[in-house]
Design a binder for this molecule. Structure first.
Ligand code: NAD
Ligand code: UDP
Length: 312
């Protein structure tokens, strides 16, 4: 295997830190670019001792001047609570960040992988969602800063590919969970686990009938790495996620029983534009990278609960 210099933007965040650890362990030299908006130093602290890990503490929207073989562009808050705090900044991070990493890729002849999202499908009218589905997205709602920002980033990736021959990979990531998620970031898995551990009510939004499909972070990272290694003509978009679908009420009940908590369910208003259902069609990933998730929800949740138990 050729050892590479790899830039991971958003490398101090949840998925980014797992990806950096995986790449460093494989012997690569990793540059982590992060402004610590939602990332944490403790997520990456243990990687410095390898001698093959560097931190560039800065905004992805600023010009990036590095010599690099590959780029994974993950810089962007992923939780609705965080990406809605400063929606203008979120769109800017998606769009300007994409331009910055594409500029570097063009200059260095590097491959660049975009962490896109199932949110490009919005509140989908096709189920499960194949890559060919163009989505049902509001351009004006509270999620639009993220959804439309990510859609525009995909457009930029494909235009840099067509116009400047940049080698791109666009991965559409579905809900991912696991250790190093932020306890207070508002995402459903971390919220429910923390509430169950504290004995607080689990806040189910709406009736809890909306569904999501949760992928354990190690499976997702495996998918990203395999995708990056595909032939240059394979650009995606490529769905990466676990097709096992569950309603939010079922998830709440599962977490209460796994934690052995006395917590009750508390119903709260459904946020605006909250997608009703979501499940990836991963037949393309299965075909081109021979990938499918291996971690069952229950065992992935066990590891995630253990992580939160130790830390909070
Ligand atoms: P996260 O919030 O934990 O990580 C994002 C990282 O990007 C953080 O370290 C943050 O500090 C950094 N960041 C944010 N804005 C930045 C900026 N302007 N400049 C530099 N760094 C910046 O989120 P995550 O769950 O690890 O998500 C990582 C990527 O994967 C995101 O691009 C997200 O859109 C995508 N994604 C995640 C999921 C999921 O379920 N976790 C699903 C779909 C897509
Ligand atoms: N959700 C919930 N209770 C919470 C947090 C989230 O019922 O405390 C719901 C939310 O309305 C959504 C689902 O869980 O339907 C997933 O939310 P999350 O923010 O984790 O991800 P996303 O909506 O971006 O898929």
């Amino acid at each position: 295997m050729t050892l590479k210099r790899i830039l991971v933007t958003g490398g101090a965040g949840f998925i980014g830190s797992h990806l950096c650890a995986r790449l460093v362990a494989a012997g690569h030299h990793v540059l982590c670019l992060d402004n610590f908006f939602t990332g944490r130093r403790e997520n990456i602290e243990q990687l410095f001792s390898s001698g093959r890990f560097e931190l560039l503490e800065r905004d992805v929207c600023a010009p990036i001047n590095v010599d690099i073989d590959e780029i994974y562009n993950l810089a962007c808050p992923a939780s609705p609570v965080h990406y809605q705090v400063d929606p203008v900044q979120t769109t800017q991070t998606c769009v300007m960040g994409a331009i910055r990493v594409l500029e570097v890729a063009q200059k260095c002849g590097a491959r660049v992988l975009q962490a896109s999202t199932s949110e490009v499908y919005g509140d989908p009218l096709v189920h499960p969602q194949p890559e060919s589905y163009c989505g049902n997205v509001s351009t004006v709602g509270p999620r639009a800063c993220y959804d439309e920002g990510k859609r525009c980033a995909e457009t930029l990736f494909f235009d840099y590919h067509r116009q400047y021959d940049v080698a791109i990979k666009v991965a559409r990531i579905f809900n991912t969970y696991g250790p190093t998620m932020l306890a207070g970031d508002g995402r459903v898995v971390s919220n429910f686990i923390m509430q169950a551990l504290k004995g607080d009510p689990l806040t189910v939004y709406g009736h809890g009938s909306q569904t999501r499909s949760f992928c354990y972070v190690d499976d997702l990272v495996e998918g990203l790495v395999r995708f990056m290694a595909t032939d240059a003509d394979i650009t995606g978009p490529l769905n990466l996620g676990n097709p096992a679908e569950i309603s939010m009420l079922q998830l709440a009940e599962l977490i209460i029983s796994m934690v052995g908590s006395g917590s009750v369910i508390a119903y709260r208003p459904l946020p605006e534009d909250d997608p009703v259902q979501r499940q990836p069609d991963i037949s393309y990933a299965s075909e081109i990278i021979n990938w499918q998730p291996t971690e069952e929800l229950r065992s992935g949740l066990e590891k995630t609960i253990a992580y939160f138990k130790c830390r909070y």
